[in-house]
Design a protein around this ligand. Structure first.
Ligand SMILES: [Zn+2]
Length: 393
């Protein structure tokens, strides 16, 4: 029998450890459960009568990074009253299980990292199917909704759909839930399950300019202000500028294109963030090529200045209104197009100028999901995919 010290090291306090065999690629621990008086599960009589023994191999957490098996000698007791035999329950391994409880916890812990289930299985010398079967149980759906709810889709390619929807707490940045599909009827059937108090708990719904989200907001979140995520709406003016840039570039003779090659970076970086030694290059692009490009650049800078200024929300909202008014009458068709979109979403955009919430944190989650997809080579079963994402929290 091994000393208490070894037992503590192995953290097998409830077991009597007889011996440990340390092989090159695995570890075997021989242990047994202490004999004690038991209560018969059939009739409730106390008994210490032993019927027989049975040694069960149980997969356990790795020792020295090697897959470990505990050969647990279990005692079967016999009831003196009803003569039935039984194995007592123990804290180490659940009934009908061949993996220790702490191995199951260990697997869950491993799943919180960006590791493929197959790699975890290989390291522990267990069947990968076991982890797949575990995952749906870890795919927990939240029963409460936060004060600030951010909603955004991402390309998960899981289940039958290309896009899945992430719900995030806009204040704690924790994932609230993942929805299988961004189609309206999926979102409706998801949100209608929540009681009214939970829906009313949401005071801000942060979304991109995707009409179904707005409809969902109006239908279900009656106490919430719908906020257009400023990262998303600011992109429209950047896209307008980029369309003009590409047009200008494609019309240039080959010999001149080399002067234009950094134009994307120069035009899209905010002027205040650009290094001073790049100013000449930027000016060259703005002065020499196209009037529309010049106007679109100026309007893009103007709009971003509004978003990032430290003025009061009221001033910013007025400046935004002015911007839209001016650009609806612009001579640049791409800006007119953009201003029309902004006019349509004016209420939600103005809300975003009042509050500090955005879908920025979802981008961070998106990067983690992308990394997870690379490691796992995509996950076709939505429940498993959702479980892995929720465990990233
Ligand atoms: Zn009995």
């Amino acid at each position: 029998m091994l000393s208490n010290c070894t037992k503590n090291l192995l953290n097998l306090k409830d077991l009597i450890v007889k011996s440990v065999k340390n092989f090159k690629n695995s570890v075997e621990v021989y242990a047994e459960l202490p004999i004690s008086e038991q209560v018969c599960p059939y009739c409730g009589t106390y008994t210490s009568k032993i019927h027989d023994y049975y040694t069960q191999p149980i997969k356990d957490i790795p020792i020295h990074f090697k897959p470990t098996t505990i050969f647990l000698k279990k005692t079967r007791y016999e009831c003196k009253n009803c003569s039935k035999s039984f194995y007592p329950q123990n804290d180490f391994v659940a009934k009908y299980n061949r993996k220790s409880k702490r191995l199951v916890y260990y697997i869950v812990d491993q799943l919180k990292n960006n590791i493929a289930a197959s790699t975890i299985a290989k390291n522990l010398n267990i069947d990968a199917g076991f982890i797949s079967k575990m995952l749906p149980y870890l795919s927990i759906t939240n029963s409460s909704l936060p004060r600030v709810l951010c909603i955004d889709e991402f390309k998960g390619n899981s289940g039958k759909f290309k896009y899945q929807v992430a719900l995030l707490d806009g204040e704690t940045h924790k994932i609230v839930d993942i929805i299988e599909c961004r189609h309206k009827h999926f979102l409706c059937s998801y949100f209608k399950k929540f009681p009214k108090e939970q829906l009313d708990n949401v005071k801000y719904l942060v979304t991109d300019l995707w009409e179904p989200y707005k409809d969902i907001g109006i239908t279900y979140f009656r106490k919430a202000k719908i906020v257009a995520d400023h990262f998303h709406w600011a992109r429209y003016v950047c896209n307008a500028l980029d369309k003009i840039r590409i047009e200008v570039q494609s019309n240039l003779p080959k010999s001149e294109r080399k002067y234009f090659k950094h134009s994307r970076y120069l035009l899209h970086t905010r002027r205040c963030k650009l290094k001073e030694n790049r100013y000449d290059e930027l000016e060259n692009i703005l002065i020499n090529y196209s009037e529309n490009l010049r106007i679109a650049y100026r309007e893009k800078e103007c709009l971003l200045d509004i978003i990032h200024s430290s003025d009061s929300a009221e001033i910013k909202k007025n400046q935004f209104t002015e911007w839209v008014k001016r650009n609806l009458e612009s001579s640049v068709p791409q800006l007119v197009e953009c201003a029309k979109t902004y006019q349509h979403w004016a209420y939600e955009i103005k809300n975003s100028l009042e509050v500090p919430f955005s879908n920025g944190p979802i981008e961070g989650i998106n990067n983690k999901i992308k990394a997870l997809k690379r490691t796992t080579f995509g996950m076709t079963k939505f429940e498993n995919f959702k479980a892995r994402i929720m465990l990233l929290n």
